[in-house]
Design a protein around this ligand. Structure first.
Ligand code: ADP
Length: 606
């Protein structure tokens, strides 16, 4: 196996952490070999006992695996092999986009997606937020909810604060409105040793098509360093009490570094689960709820990811395939229900931590707890992705035994048991029905046409309507044009600087919801959408549709005149009104903006 893990990417992303981790690779390299490597001239490929070779400075010939530090776009010239990042993942997992994706699922499957706290997107939903909170308080004066405000691009707890009243929102950054998510604060988390903690779980998306998800059996738990109290006006600013971020709590005098996996401020997930089991908690149920949360979350983000994927690696164009390790941050409520806090696209793979070895002197020292969890994740990922190796059999117990978790990485290089467990398609039967939005994305992609495009133009939208036979005497093509204009305007209204015209996937979903509601009035939303999709998919299967699409895609019709001249609303036969839950206006331009890797936050140690 040829592994391209260039130091430019590597060091930026991980410092020495991942590099060492890769070198270790459970015996892929021994101590003496490492010493030998250092004497080799720069750029010399490093041989691994597994037969793989690492090219830290890159390689002209193709590699089997490209290990990027930040984003898919770290290296634009890859035409084969596998890259450890998906295009668009960073954008998708930003707080606002993540909230949108989950919210769409909440509209369709409210019960299945109740693991994500109620959220509002700022500034666009400021009014809804304040009105809803006032209403709740007016109805019952004893209700005094707390909210957590998270800046859109933030990580490691940066810029996060708690509020109890909408008037405490800090809405502006200079003259600019702050992009943020304000979220219901979970007031009753599960406590251990009187401390709030959260779970960091590593999840591998091995492929998008077909969808393959693996979950690491072992994870980390990160503890607060000040005993927890339910939020009150007095303690709202106590970050060591309310925020579990490692990067914050490490600065508390109470932070405990421990070489043991079951004590200290960072512990293994299994040590916490066994402690709960000892108290009589049904940890199998907790674990299966966590697996369900992970699968449902991935299902929520996959549709948009597929659009990015299609834009960067269109079918037919030579390109790599992708996989990615994600870091899921999960909170357990007092009633043991897992809650999704966020998903990190670049979870830190450091296996050291900073320690004050002498007064004022900080040094990186090995962290056995991190090593226990992360080495297995990287090792199994490489094994699963290695084209030359036989796929491991995934018949494993759901939770590692205590003996397994105690097992250290052996110095002799033998491989301990696998830690990544396949959960999808293994449990696909239980979750497949949730993949409705993916079918919307498939339609969207089908009509995108031009390679590299992520937005539907007016002609393509008309083609979609015509091919799927969605227009009628009651819903003429003129109405279709107005619908297109109306929705795209709503989605770009708040983005005067957006240069990208057209209808993105989110806007297209609004169109689908609207068309579905129009056509299948008597059904519930989910059935409306499913029925419309069935109708469209059936039309697309018919031979005449192929011919029609071909002829329309060849003709370069100008956008409907209404785009420039028509007065919106006045001529609309049936004014478009999105469901109240669906966002009215949007700033999804961020979603489609290609962020430069340099500007992106690198691996997040929360
Ligand atoms: P960041 O990316 O900045 O780490 P997170 O969404 O992970 O942002 O939030 C930071 C921390 O705040 C979490 O680790 C958790 O301890 C706490 N937190 C976040 N959201 C909530 C919530 N809805 N309820 C309770 N605590 C939360």
């Amino acid at each position: 196996m040829h592994l391209n893990a260039s130091p430019a990417n590597q060091m930026e992303a991980e410092g020495d952490g991942l590099l060492r981790l890769l070198l270790l690779l459970l015996g892929y390299i021994s101590r003496t070999q490492r010493a030998g490597d250092r004497r080799q001239p720069a750029g010399t490929p490093r041989k691994r006992r597994s037969g793989s070779r690492e090219f830290p400075l890159g390689r002209r010939a193709a590699c089997d695996i490209y290990w990027h530090g930040v984003s898919f776009h770290d290296n634009e010239n890859i035409v084969s092999g596998q890259v450890n990042k998906f295009p668009g993942m960073i954008e998708m997992l930003r707080k606002i986009n993540m909230s949108r994706a989950v919210r769409t699922m909440q509209e369709l499957f409210p019960e299945e997606y109740d693991f994500y706290p109620r959220s509002w997107i700022l500034p666009e939903e400021y009014q809804q937020f304040t009105t809803q909170i006032r209403l709740v308080k007016d109805n019952d004066a004893s209700v005094n909810p707390t909210f957590i405000v998270k800046p859109d691009g933030g990580s490691q707890g940066d810029g996060i604060y708690l509020i109890r009243d909408p008037s405490d929102l800090k809405l502006m950054a200079g003259s600019q409105a702050k992009q943020a998510v304000v979220q219901e604060y979970i007031q009753k988390p599960l406590l251990i040793d009187k401390l709030k903690f959260d779970i960091r779980l590593y999840v591998l998306i091995k492929s998008l098509e077909p969808l393959e998800i693996y979950i690491a059996k072992e994870g980390l738990t990160r503890f607060c360093t000040e005993p927890y109290q339910e939020p009150s006006q007095k303690n709202l600013s106590h970050v060591f009490m309310h925020l579990t971020n490692y990067s914050l709590n490490i600065h508390s005098g109470n932070f405990i570094h421990s070489d043991s996996q079951s004590t200290g401020s960072k512990r293994t997930l299994s040590s916490v689960l066994y402690r709960l089991a000892a108290k009589g908690v049904d940890i199998k149920k907790v674990w299966s709820d966590i697996i369900a949360l992970v699968i449902k979350t991935v299902i929520a983000i996959v549709p948009e990811l597929k659009v990015y994927y299609h834009a960067d690696i269109p079918p037919g164009k030579p390109g790599p395939t992708c996989f990615q390790i994600l870091g899921f941050d999960i909170l357990l409520m007092k009633n043991l229900k897992p809650v999704l806090l966020e998903v990190n696209s670049n979870p830190s793979m450091r296996i050291e931590h900073e320690q004050e070895v002498a007064p004022g002197v900080l040094e990186y020292v090995p962290s056995p707890v991190d090593k226990e969890v992360k080495v297995g994740v990287i090792r199994d990922t490489l094994r699963l992705m290695d084209p030359g190796l036989k796929k491991p059999s995934i018949s494993q117990k759901e939770i590692p035994t205590e003996a397994e978790t105690q097992a250290r990485i052996p110095d002799d290089g033998t491989l301990p048991s696998l830690c990544l467990k396949q959960v999808y398609p293994k449990y696909s039967k239980q979750f497949n029905y949730l993949r409705l939005v993916e079918r919307i994305a498939a339609l969207f992609i089908r009509f995108l046409g031009v390679k590299g495009n992520m937005r539907l133009g007016p002609t393509a939208f008309r083609t979609f309507i015509r091919t799927c036979k969605l227009s009628s005497s009651n819903f003429t093509m003129a109405s279709v044009d107005i619908l297109y204009i109306d929705i795209t305007r709503r989605w770009s209204g708040a983005t005067p600087d957006s240069r990208e015209a057209g209808m993105g996937l989110q806007a297209y979903m609004d169109a689908i919801f609207y068309l579905a509601a129009r056509r299948f009035k008597s059904l519930a939303l989910r059935e409306q959408v499913a029925s419309l999709l069935e109708l469209c998919e059936a039309q697309l299967e018919s031979p005449s549709s192929v011919e029609e699409r071909r002829s329309v895609s060849c003709s370069r019709a100008p956008p409907p005149r209404a785009n420039r001249t028509q007065t919106l609303g006045l001529t609309h036969p049936q004014p478009y009104s999105p469901s109240p839950l669906r966002r009215a206006a949007s700033q999804d331009y961020r979603l489609h903006q290609r962020l430069k890797p340099r500007a992106l936050k690198v691996n997040v140690e929360n």
